[in-house]
Ligand binder design. Sequence first.
Ligand code: AMP
Length: 114
Amino acid sequence: MGDTIFSRIIRREIPADIVHEDDDVLGFRDVSPQAPTHVLFIPKREIPTLNDLRPDDATLVGKLVMAATAYAKAQGLAENGYRCVINCNKDGGQTVYHIHLHLLAGRQMHWPPG
Ligand code: AMP
């Protein structure tokens, strides 16, 4: 598996603005925010893309989503709403090959995305 910049954040080799941590998931602010709130939730285990998930990773994916929704609720973002996105490979716009869920909030989102 590739060693990405997110692995280095997990190992605390480079700084990040960490807003959530549990046994399986780390959440930190995106360095190039696309909304007033833009947080990335990643599994601590390296999984490059959605295509690499195995059936027994279903719980882990659920934990990513639950970490994001709990954060959104705690930050008072739930009522207005938010967007959760996981990009996959080139056409999906993925640039870091360690699965991450984007939580975007604080402005009106548009559909379809660019
Ligand atoms: P994606 O295009 O879905 O792979 O998203 C990768 C995201 O990682 C982008 O939104 C980047 O701004 C973000 N990113 C890259 N390097 C860092 C970093 N060191 N700390 C926080 N976010 C980062």
